[in-house]
Design a protein around this ligand. Structure first.
Ligand SMILES: *[C@@H]1O[C@H](CO)[C@@H](O)[C@H](O)[C@H]1NC(C)=O
Ligand SMILES: *[C@@H]1O[C@H](CO)[C@@H](O)[C@H](O)[C@H]1NC(C)=O
Ligand SMILES: *[C@@H]1O[C@H](CO)[C@@H](O)[C@H](O)[C@H]1NC(C)=O
Length: 427
């Protein structure tokens, strides 16, 4: 491309070299996503899954006419009213790239709870040997083997930072989670460089009292200077047609921007994105295939343009993240000096951490009480002498032992649910 193209946006489209790759990538992208989703849902289990449809989210949407087109769904939902009282379950996607497998295991162990579901994804940059090592580490853990709630995605995708392949990968993981495990209430997207600041007992205890349809999606408003960077440039995600990872291909010469993309989303919204009983999620997907910062914008655009879900969006991703001023493309690495700020933020997660940074040991010791494999909770009931791992013996997983982390998280959630904060959603 000639360097001066960006100053004449009209010429962008008259340069035919871009037309074919543009539509080819759009086509390949949509086919990939549809293949992944249809493949994951092709068994008849799709129907059975709906029997565990979330109750609270249905009740919430009654005032807007109900979004269930299928009356079967409705009947099954009504038959399961008793489920409302159950403590929640979370579904985690932990993703990483080459060299991340050990960090992924550490993050997994720090957020592990037998009630939850976990899916691990190493992208195509990671050599097959590393994927095998990760799978073996999961297989070798006696607790994972028994509870069967940790999966390693066997199919790996080339994930480009900020590219639309990231949405495809996230949607595929969600489709697998919907197919494989009947009952979870929130989907959480973490990377190998994320780490929790509260125990799962804290998180599950606080979320027990929340409406199951809330969606925490951080977004920045597209306005002013951002508009010119994010909306106008046409981008082509190289992950769609290359087998080697590279940065997004720009059709104009513009600098990239930091993205905030973390999801903590309710099950019913995820079902809408995957099974989408109206066509909006797919239409937006096609548009986003060539749009910069697509992962961040995609879910936010879908949620804010769907009447049934708009009121469920909360613009906070439940992460502590520190940026340089002015912001660079990636967030700052958190170290020992950030510890107090992280705790004061009341956030349940933080990113990003360097591998085995000493501050992770401090978090293990002071916030999570993690001395063995897992951050212990009330489900760890092995009290035998000799300092053995208390989680070797599993107790009742509906009982929680909330600690100081639950108090911090409650404070944050109260702020987020306040009228003042919620009135700023989807503006
Ligand atoms: C979810 O989180 C990861 C890790 O932080 C992040 O890179 C990306 O924005 C999201 N998507 C996927 C597929 O992981
Ligand atoms: C949730 O609600 C129950 C009953 O109203 C209450 O006893 C409990 O303390 C609440 N928990 C939290 C974390 O707010
Ligand atoms: C687990 O604890 C809950 C709440 O205390 C109780 O209702 C349930 O019966 C217990 N389950 C088992 C298997 O003991």
């Amino acid at each position: 491309m000639r360097k001066n193209v960006s100053s004449h946006s009209g010429r962008l489209f008259s340069d035919r070299k871009w037309v074919i790759p543009l539509f080819a990538s759009l086509f390949v992208f949509v086919s990939l996503v549809l293949t992944a989703i249809v493949g994951a849902l092709s068994s008849s289990e799709g129907i059975e899954q709906s029997s565990t449809f979330d109750i609270i989210s249905f009740a919430r949407s009654e005032d807007s006419g109900g979004y269930f087109v299928e009356s079967d769904f409705e009947r099954q939902v009504n038959a399961n009213v008793v489920q409302k009282m159950e403590p929640p379950r979370l579904a985690y996607l932990i993703s990483g790239t080459k060299g991340d497998s050990q960090r992924m295991m550490r993050t997994l162990q720090a957020v592990y709870h037998p009630r939850n579901q976990y899916i691990l994804h190493l992208d195509l940059e990671a050599p097959p040997r590393e994927r095998l090592e990760l799978a073996n580490a999961v297989k070798g853990d006696p607790t994972f083997r028994e509870v069967e709630n940790v999966r390693v995605m066997s199919q790996s995708n080339l994930v480009t930072y900020k590219g639309s392949t990231m949405i495809a990968c996230t949607l595929q993981a969600i489709a697998i989670l919907l197919k494989e495990s009947s009952d979870w209430d929130w989907f959480i997207n973490l990377s190998a460089s994320d780490y929790p600041l509260v125990t799962q007992d804290d998180l599950l205890h606080v979320f027990s009292n929340l409406s199951r349809d809330l969606n925490f999606i951080e977004h920045t408003h597209i306005a002013g200077w951002k508009l010119s960077h994010r909306v106008r440039p046409i981008v082509i995600d190289p992950g769609l047609y290359l087998s080697k990872k590279s940065d997004i291909a720009w059709t104009t010469q513009k600098r990239t921007l930091p993205t905030l993309f973390k999801l903590f989303t309710g099950r019913s919204f995820m079902e809408y994105c995957i099974w989408g009983w109206d066509n909006l999620p797919r239409t937006i997907l096609m548009y986003y295939a060539n749009f910069i910062s697509s992962p961040e914008g995609y879910f936010h655009t879908v949620i804010c343009n769907t009447e049934e879900f708009r009121h469920t969006a909360i613009s906070h991703d439940l992460h502590y993240i520190a940026w340089d001023t002015p912001p660079k493309q990636h967030p700052m690495k958190l170290t020992m000096k950030d510890f107090d700020k992280m705790v004061k933020s009341n956030a349940p997660f933080a990113r990003k951490f360097a591998k085995d940074d000493p501050v992770l040991d401090k978090i293990d010791k002071e916030l999570l009480g993690r001395t063995h494999r897992f951050s212990p909770g009330a489900w760890c009931v092995d009290t035998s002498e000799g300092g053995e791992d208390p989680c070797l013996l599993r107790g009742n997983d509906t009982v929680f032992r909330p600690g100081p982390g639950a108090e911090r998280l409650s404070v944050l959630i109260q702020t987020l649910l306040s009228q003042d904060f919620r009135s700023k959603q989807c503006l």
